[in-house]
Write a protein that binds this ligand. Structure first.
Ligand code: BGC
Length: 565
């Protein structure tokens, strides 16, 4: 029986949440066909609950030719046969909600598959007709020439010639994914109807995929245009008109000032990924210097009270290097993708553990940043056990292999013969399922999985992590990253050693004189803060989360203890 936890009636639930991203296909196969499915995921909800997750983000599970792993949708209002049925999806939502877990799905609004009936109708419809105008057409492939190509490894142009239509169609991603035309009001109406369809089934949040590219205008780079923001505002209005406590997460891989605009005045998206901080976390650890992190966070504008950043280390895509300078990109490639096979488009197709050389201290350190920097953390499935990748699989499939549940056949993911799995399980000596799996880590008190659970538990008991302010301290030793998270009377000092050697630092904490730091992740004793700088020493890659307890709090706690005796 699951531990029943009612969902809180709280419009800001997402601020305190921990999100877990997964592909239904990759999680658990219940019907032995080699593909994970919704029923399999339902079987694993207790695992997700036990990990401490508040919201599951499900990658696209709609009918699709699967040439872009489901982001190429051919029917917005159904479920791919391999993954299950609408009834099973409704049961998933119910069962997740019973465990206090919300569900986030994908609203892929920028493009469809070329197999979508809208496109098939459009290409046959007369030029200029409403049906044709569901997509963006041109007689010339020179229009919007100022627009960059995103999938640089596979596409040479954002236009593809359609012989049936006798015209070029516009696509920001693969050529088999034509972009929808938001200058046609019917497209927005369809999208709103799609959104209502899933929200009516109880979906709590929607990730708005690839939203900077909704509208094109000559003479611009066709990204983040005011007309695009108008579309997002209209979607948000339609959301708020019918529902409470539902949330949009913006996928806008842009610089912080541009992403800021997707929050609007609190009338666009509730959340947006902080793309630029992610590669800089990896850079800071490799350089053993906090500057990449402090610089980008200082360049991050304030956001409305009702909004939130979403922070992640890895996801289902390449570790994108679009939001870094050329020099930083070179550095990242040299440091983290020395073999060209590890690179794709403008990024690196590797998972967290292999990126960090499977060094447990560095994995813990990066997770510490994920859980303590401002924003809502998102864990990519499998990274909580340190799964590896398979760079020999095509596209980004090497980071999308089956979840490793046990050392049994097919990693406990499926009872199908290994040859029928949608992708081979990771099987190398270091990251293979025999060595890295949930079952064995659950039994080992010091495993990565148990450590993750413990850190998530601590994070969930302090609202300061999701809602508090952040103030950097700048000790002379730049290998030490230190910040205070503060919400009301609660202050937590987070100190991290970004280097592989022991480090000392002196922290200026004038506002906390007389406070007693209490280690909320461990049991280490710390002296009181005095008028002089606070001295800390950290082992290689170590970090502390120190609750700064005021003398008044301490007296009250001592008094409570005496009374309890
Ligand atoms: C998704 C990718 C996908 C792309 C185009 C992105 O935002 O995260 O996985 O390939 O959209 O559909």
């Amino acid at each position: 029986m699951p531990l029943s936890v009612p969902l809180e009636d709280n419009p800001l639930w997402f601020k305190d949440a921990v999100i877990y991203e997964l592909h239904v296909k990759a999680f658990c196969d219940s019907n032995e066909d080699g593909y994970g499915d919704i029923s399999g995921l339902i079987e694993k909800l207790d695992y997700v609950q036990d990990l401490g997750i508040d919201c599951l983000w499900l990658l696209p599970f709609y009918p699709s030719p699967l040439r872009d792993d489901g982001y190429d949708i051919s029917d917005y209002r159904d479920i791919h046969r391999a993954y299950g049925t609408r009834e099973e999806f409704q049961r998933l939502v119910r069962e997740a909600h019973d465990r206090g877990i919300r569900i986030m799905t994908e609203l892929v609004i920028n493009h469809t598959s070329d197999q979508h009936p809208w496109f098939q109708t459009a290409r046959r419809a007369p030029a200029g007709s409403p049906e044709r105008n569901y997509y963006v057409w041109s007689d010339s492939d020179q229009k919007y020439a100022g627009t960059r190509i995103i999938f640089t490894d596979s596409e040479k142009s954002n236009w593809t010639w359609d012989p049936l239509a006798g015209a070029f169609y516009w696509h920001r991603f693969f050529h088999h994914q034509p972009d929808l035309n938001y200058d046609n009001p019917a497209v927005l109406e369809e999208m709103i109807a799609t959104m209502y369809y899933w929200l009516d089934m109880g979906v709590d949040a929607m990730r708005l995929d690839a939203i900077p590219y909704l509208v094109e205008r000559e003479g611009t780079n066709c990204e983040n245009l005011p007309e695009t923001h108008a579309i997002i505002k209209a979607l948000r209005k339609a959301l708020d008109h019918r529902y409470r406590n539902r949330v949009f997460l913006a996928e806008a891989n842009q610089w912080p000032n541009d992403v800021r605009e997707y929050f609007g005045d609190g009338d666009e998206c509730h959340m947006a990924y902080h793309f630029p901080v992610m590669p800089r976390i990896f850079m800071a650890v490799h350089m053993e210097d906090r500057a990449p992190i402090t610089d980008i966070m200082e360049r991050t504008p304030a956001i409305p009270e009702t909004c939130q950043w979403a922070i992640f280390l890895r996801n289902h895509d390449e570790l994108t290097l679009e939001m870094v300078t050329d020099a930083e990109r070179d550095y990242m490639y040299r440091s983290y993708a020395p073999d060209p096979i590890m690179r794709i488009n403008v990024g690196i197709r590797r998972r967290l553990a292999p990126l960090l050389g499977n060094d447990r201290r560095r994995i813990d350190l990066l997770n510490n940043l994920l859980f303590s920097l401002p924003g809502t953390p998102i864990i990519y499935y499998g990274d909580e056990i340190g799964m590896g990748d398979n760079v020999h699989l095509s596209d980004r499939n090497g980071v999308r292999t089956p979840m490793q549940w046990s050392s049994g056949p097919c990693a406990g993911f499926s009872k199908a013969p290994a040859s029928r799995l949608y992708a081979p399980v990771i099987d190398d000596p270091v990251y293979g399922y025999q060595a890295v799996n949930v079952e064995s880590q659950l039994k080992d008190p010091s495993s990565l999985l148990n450590r993750m659970k413990a850190v998530i538990r601590v994070r969930r008991s302090y609202k300061v992590f999701g809602r508090g302010t952040m103030t950097f301290l700048y000790p002379a030793n730049r290998k030490v990253l230190a910040y205070v998270r503060k919400l009301g009377d609660t202050s937590v000092l987070v100190v991290s050693n970004l280097s592989g050697d022991r480090q000392s630092a002196e922290l200026d904490l004038p506002d906390y004189e007389g406070h007693k730091p209490v280690d909320i992740l461990g049991a280490k004793q710390f002296p009181c803060v005095e008028s002089k700088p606070y001295a800390v020493t950290l082992e290689p890659y170590a970090f502390f989360w120190l609750l700064l307890r005021s003398p008044r709090d301490r007296d009250a706690a001592d008094q409570a203890l005496r009374e309890a005796d």
